[in-house]
Ligand binder design. Structure first.
Ligand code: SF4
Length: 673
């Protein structure tokens, strides 16, 4: 392998397509267990899949990272596992398969089930303690001040969790696995099994993880430095024998930054002041420090609006607070707060109460604040956000700027990593932000059927930039949305760049003029309410069709699965650029330095385009899904933005004039053929 990053683009053409049902293996492929062919569980691999397995297997054998793009419905999960497992089995290693949603994690186990029909492989999927803990005391009391992991740790250490105590007597992990009827288990299956034995499901999953080939888990386990340090050694496999899969890898840079960032609200600081002021945990030092910190935050936020943020000097903030509280140095007082908070927690636990302490939380946050205050990889912000009533929420935010400082430590320890996504263009940009280094492979695997199953339209002459937003433009957008909806046989999704644009469409007649039912995703909508709404929306797909109005970057445009007629067409309205806030400015400036002046591209343009493409990809969840994708903004066709459009969509795109009749005609004929 050369020392420079090698790039592969495989655009595969196939004629005579016969449909896409995968059939279980029937001896059509070789059974040489030394390579991917022995693990791929279906009768034949489609074009593109074989190439992807070969490239992944090659990269893993060489111990280098690979960043691969393939469209939705390509079978990425199965292909990736089949490419990695030969090396894992030969080396007694372990696959850490990271994904974001429970559904994606279960999908890994479903594919492992298929593979286990051919080979002796094992795997488990993990969920957080909130979904795998049986201890009611923990579930009812855990919150941000006292995270579930911390309370669980204290209960285990003091022998106070009966579920854990029972599990400890269950024998070695190998024995548990041996006793099971199958060796591939989803997290819900583990919960059921452990519940029937009154044992802790989370700890049981952790034990099984030691002895299985594949562990499917949330990104948090590998990108949260605290969890990583505790979790990885418990897996009983040397990291040098681990292969890390990053599914939907376009999420990783933001997830990595989130996990290294933290926020402390004025509400918790006030809680700490009350905790220190009276009662059994009275403490003058903590009281004075928290009072001074409250004063400082009120002073800094006094002239700020309801939704505002400012960068602050982290050293100046802490020094002035410590001085105004009457202390000489932050170090002693903050350590004192952490120790005092720990004492409070121990006391509460001993008394059978939930061990939370706001003093501990503030001390802990500020110690970390001081520790990183001189590092360029962080920005320090005071932020206000509106709260119910007239109050505003004030917070101190430690904002991480360098995703590679989070991904680097894990990548440096493991054998290799495979990053996959349908929305990871340009690959070089993501490979750089993931910290993959120059010795990595980037590869695009294209669907042979893209042109037949996808219609992509960009409307020329329609520009939703801020300066162009006016009544006549919104009326024009409404005309186009109606044209697409009326020409679509099933459901249509309309995803705008913000909730305010969605509101403007309604104000300009979208709902009034629709002949189909409109479902509206609203800001702050509860998860259950949204799920119910989406279920009803989907059910109307083959009953004349309905319309979903949501936002790009929202829960439906990012995580929603809309196969078949549950969403035939999607309209993407505008480019969802983030607001130019101080934290965005800090990120752009930082990226400019570390990514060779590409700050604006990587921090600002790329996340916006990823949100837009995620929304665009909703109707094409399987390769045989027919989907019309209408991008309502001419900027999508410019060279500046089109370089961020993945191959599976770029190939299908044509630019049409700003004429709703033309759009209706194109969509109608697409669905008729
Ligand atoms: S050991 Fe298990 S059941 Fe007990 S508190 Fe922890 S996660 Fe919950």
């Amino acid at each position: 392998m050369s020392t420079s990053r090698s790039k592969i683009i495989l655009v595969l053409k196939q004629h005579g397509y016969q449909g896409f049902r995968l059939t279980p293996f029937c001896n059509a492929m070789s059974d040489d267990s030394s390579n991917y062919k022995a693990y791929f569980p279906y009768s034949s691999a489609r074009q593109g899949q074989t190439e992807m397995m070969i490239e992944i297997e090659k990269a893993v054998n060489l111990g280098i990272n690979i960043c691969a793009e393939a469209p939705n419905g390509f079978g990425k999960t199965c292909v990736t596992l089949s490419g990695i497992l030969p090396w894992i089995k030969r080396n007694n290693g372990k696959v850490l398969y990271c994904a974001r949603t429970h559904r994606q994690l279960d999908r890994v186990i479903e594919e492992m089930m298929e593979i286990s029909k051919r080979q002796d492989v094992s795997g488990v999927s993990f969920r957080g303690r909130r979904h795998m803990c049986l201890n009611q005391f923990v579930l009812e009391n855990a919150d941000f001040v006292a995270p579930i992991s911390e309370v669980c740790g204290q209960l285990k250490a003091t022998g106070r969790c009966s579920y854990y105590e029972k599990l400890k007597r269950a024998g070695d992990p190998e024995d548990i696995l041996e006793d099971l009827s199958k060796k591939v288990l989803t997290a819900p299956e583990i919960v059921k099994l452990a519940e029937s034995k009154s044992m802790c499901p989370y700890e049981m999953a952790k034990r099984l993880a030691k002895v299985v080939d594949v562990v499917a888990l949330s990104y948090l386990y590998v990108f949260d430095p605290w969890i990583l340090d505790v979790f990885l050694p418990e897996l009983g496999t040397s990291p040098s024998k681990m292969v890390l899969v990053q599914d939907e890898a376009h999420n990783v840079p933001a997830t990595a930054l989130d996990s290294a960032s933290d926020s402390l609200t004025l509400r918790i600081i006030r809680q700490a002041t009350r905790e220190a002021s009276d009662g059994p945990y009275k403490d003058g030092t903590s009281f004075e420090l928290n009072k001074a910190l409250t004063r400082k935050l009120l002073e800094l936020s006094a002239l700020m609006g309801d939704n505002d943020e400012r960068t602050i000097d982290p050293v100046e903030l802490i020094e002035s607070v410590v001085l105004s509280a009457g202390f000489e140095s932050s170090d002693r007082v903050l350590h004192h707060m952490v120790e005092h908070g720990a004492k409070i927690k121990r006391g509460l636990l001993k008394a059978g109460k939930f061990p939370r302490s706001a003093i501990h939380r503030v001390g802990d946050f500020l110690l970390e604040w001081v520790k990183v205050s001189k590092k360029k990889e962080f920005a320090f912000i005071i932020a206000t956000t509106p709260e119910r009533g007239s109050a505003k929420r004030v917070s101190l935010d430690r904002v991480a700027l360098d995703p590679t400082s989070v991904t680097g430590p894990i990548l440096g320890r493991i054998h290799s990593s495979v990053a996959i996504s349908g929305t990871i263009s340009p690959l070089d940009a993501y490979a750089e932000m993931l910290g993959f280094g120059s010795e990595s492979i980037t590869a695009t695997f294209q669907s042979p059927f893209a042109l037949r199953t996808r219609l992509g339209l960009v409307i020329h002459g329609l520009d939703t930039s801020f300066q162009n937003r006016n009544k006549s433009m919104f009326e024009r957008i409404v005309e186009h949305c109606l044209a697409v909806v009326n020409a679509t046989p099933g459901n249509t999704g309309v995803f705008t760049s913000s909730y305010s644009i969605a509101r403007s469409l309604i104000e300009n007649g979208f709902e009034r003029r629709l002949k189909r039912k409109l479902f509206i995703e609203r800001p702050g909508m509860k998860g259950n309410d949204n799920d119910r709404m989406i279920e009803e929306f989907k059910s109307k797909g083959d009953q004349g069709g309905t319309v979903l109005l949501g936002v790009q970057g929202g829960r439906n445009s990012e995580g929603g699965d809309f196969p078949g007629s549950t969403m035939d067409s999607v309209v993407v309205v505008g480019v969802p650029y983030a607001k130019p806030t101080p934290r965005m400015e800090a990120l752009i400036n930082y990226y400019d330095v570390v990514f060779n002046k590409k700050g604006r591209d990587y921090a600002y343009v790329l996340p916006a385009m990823t949100r837009a493409i995620q929304a665009a990809g909703r109707p094409v969840r399987r390769l045989d899904d027919k989907g019309a994708i209408v991008l309502l903004d001419q900027r999508f066709a410019t060279p500046f933005l089109s370089r961020f459009i993945p191959f599976w969509l770029k190939e299908a795109i044509e630019v049409v004039p700003d004429n709703p009749q033309v759009v209706a005609h194109r969509v109608e004929s697409f669905f008729m053929t």
